[in-house]
Structure formats: structure tokens, C-alpha cells
Unconditional design. Structure first.
Length: 318
């Protein structure tokens, strides 16, 4: 089979819940609910930050970037997931599968980059407050945003490498959307180069998580040195939401990577569960976490939804 001539004529078959085809229709409704919460939550965050002038600060610009990437990640999976669980049809053409795969991995890299930028933002705000405003200027934040987008282009080479592979084995994928690590397992030729590049990308994301851990280690060290208990609480409260966002993004990603690389004998259901947690849960929980733990966001939401209930000082940082 010549990859150059027939790859684009291929069709892959996406799957829902292994061994539970009769119950897949019931999964459609919680999936719709998660998608609805995700889009409403992240869309509201974007509207609140845009509408409230007092939230036009670096921290909330980065939060807007996070909400945007979460929306992109959600919209990347929505068409195939709902079709698989409601209609029971999972056939997808090779070009569409590549497009979806690129979007999923690109937005995942973007989210990792934004979380790293947010960790650096909190580090500067707590450890170097006098230099904060001079470092996080509007121009610099725009450059960081551009860097985040450019970094997502690392997802392009795997797409190019996949177009050169022949797929003569089963065309049944393990999930209800296309992932690189899932597709290369179906190739009937040596995929060492693909696997090495995929490992390189994982190392980049791992480096992000290491730098985030380093940032928080230095933040905790600085907070411990603050004598005032009230100031300690205030400093930690500004980090809790972001730290939760980091955990709910990196833990499922690490679990999914481990299962795909070392869990060949793992039950298909466990792979499906981890993959869905990785792509569905963080975009849904991020706006909830930031709304619950961030007082300016709560106040901004109240001002946005109920202007009559707003009072002076509502948008100020606690």
C-alpha cells in the first residue's frame, strides 16, 4: 500500500465505550451537559473580563487566554464525540482525522504554555511585586500570547509524518476523536520517528510542568517568609485557582500518556475513561474553579449579570 497515493482515501472508525454499545445513547446527555457548561463557563469568563475595565490586568488577560484555549479544545472534539454517542456512527476520513488531531494537540500545547505563563505571573506578583508592572506590560503580554500560538505549531510535524505512513491494519481507533498516539499504533510500518517526535513533545510539556512546580516552590518559600498571617492568606488565595487548574490538566495528561505507552494490556475502558477526563474535565472545571475562588471574577460576573446589585469596590482585588 503506497502511503503517498492512498492515505487520503482512508477512513477511520472512532469508538465510544468498548463493550457498552447499547448504553452509548445515555452517554450523549452527560456529554452535552459538559459541553454546555464548558462553553457557557469559558464564554462568560471572556465576556466578564472584556466588560469590566478593572479586570484589564495581566492575570485576567492570561485567564482569558486559558478560557480561549479551553473553548478551542472543546470545539475540536464536539462534532465527533456527539456523533459517536448519539448516532452511533464513527467513520471519519483521514484528512478530517488529521485536522481534528492537529487542533486537539495544538490547543493542548497552548494550554500548557498559558498555564506556565500564569505560574510566572503569580511568581512575579508575589516574589517581585515592585517589578511586576514593569515586566508585564501590554506589549509583553501580547508577545507572550503570540509565543503561545507559535508554540502550538509544534503539532504540525506529527501531521506531516502521519501522511507518509501506510495504514494496512485495522482502522478502528480507541477513542471518539483522533489522537496521534492512537493513530500510529495502526500503521503497518516502522513508526520510530513518529514515536520519538511524540516523546519530544511530551518532554516539552513535562518541562512546562517542572517549571510550574519550580515557580510554586519559590512562591511558597516567599509566602512562608511573610510575617503577617493575613498577607500570607491573601498571597495564597491568588494562587489556589491556578494550582487547581494545573493539577486537573497535567494529571490526566500524564495518565493518558502512560496508558498509551506502557499500558498495552490495560482494559480499553480505562483508556477511554482517561482520555475523556483529559479532554472534557479541565475545560469544564476551569471556569468553575476561577469563579469560586477568585473574588474579582465573582464580582465581575455579578456586575455583568445584575448591574443593579453592583456596588463600589466590587471589582477590586481582595
Amino acid at each position: 500500500m503506497s502511503p503517498g497515493n492512498t492515505s487520503y482515501a482512508l477512513a477511520f472508525l472512532l469508538t465510544g465505550i468498548p463493550g457498552m454499545a447499547r448504553f452509548q445513547h445515555w452517554v450523549f446527555f452527560p456529554c452535552c451537559l459538559m459541553y454546555l457548561i464548558t462553553m457557557l463557563g469559558n464564554g462568560t469568563i471572556l465576556l466578564v473580563v472584556r466588560a469590566n475595565q478593572r479586570l484589564h490586568q495581566p492575570m485576567y488577560y492570561f485567564l482569558s487566554m486559558l478560557a480561549t484555549t479551553d473553548l478551542g479544545l472543546t470545539l475540536s472534539t464536539l462534532p465527533t464525540v456527539l456523533r459517536v454517542f448519539w448516532l452511533g456512527t464513527g467513520e471519519i476520513s483521514f484528512p478530517l482525522c488529521l485536522t481534528q488531531m492537529f487542533c486537539i494537540h495544538a490547543f493542548s500545547f497552548m494550554e500548557s504554555s498559558v498555564l506556565l505563563a500564569m505560574a510566572f505571573d503569580r511568581y512575579m506578583a508575589i516574589c517581585c511585586p515592585l517589578r511586576y508592572s514593569s515586566i508585564f506590560t501590554s506589549a509583553r503580554i501580547a508577545k507572550i500570547g503570540l509565543g503561545v500560538v507559535c508554540r502550538s505549531l509544534m503539532a504540525v510535524p506529527p501531521i506531516c509524518l502521519l501522511t507518509r505512513l501506510p495504514f494496512c491494519r485495522s482502522h478502528v481507533l480507541s477513542h471518539s476523536y483522533c489522537l496521534h498516539q492512537d493513530m500510529i499504533q495502526l500503521a503497518c510500518t516502522d513508526t520510530t520517528l513518529n514515536s520519538l517526535y511524540g516523546l519530544t513533545l511530551i518532554l516539552f510539556v513535562t518541562l512546562d510542568s517542572v517549571l510550574i512546580i519550580l515557580s510554586y516552590s519559590m512562591i511558597i518559600k516567599a509566602v512562608v517568609g511573610i510575617t503577617s498571617r493575613e498577607e500570607q492568606t491573601k498571597a495564597l488565595n491568588t494562587c489556589i485557582s491556578h494550582f487547581c487548574a494545573v493539577l486537573i490538566f497535567y494529571v490526566p495528561m500524564a495518565g493518558l500518556s502512560i496508558i498509551h505507552r506502557y499500558g498495552k494490556n490495560a482494559a480499553p475502558f480505562s483508556q477511554m475513561l482517561m482520555a475523556n477526563i483529559y479532554l472534557f474535565v479541565p475545560p469544564m472545571l476551569n471556569p468553575i474553579i476561577y469563579s469560586m475562588k477568585n473574588k474579582p471574577i465573582r464580582n465581575g460576573l455579578l456586575r455583568f449579570l445584575c448591574p443593579r446589585l453592583a456596588w463600589p469596590g466590587h471589582g477590586q482585588q481582595p
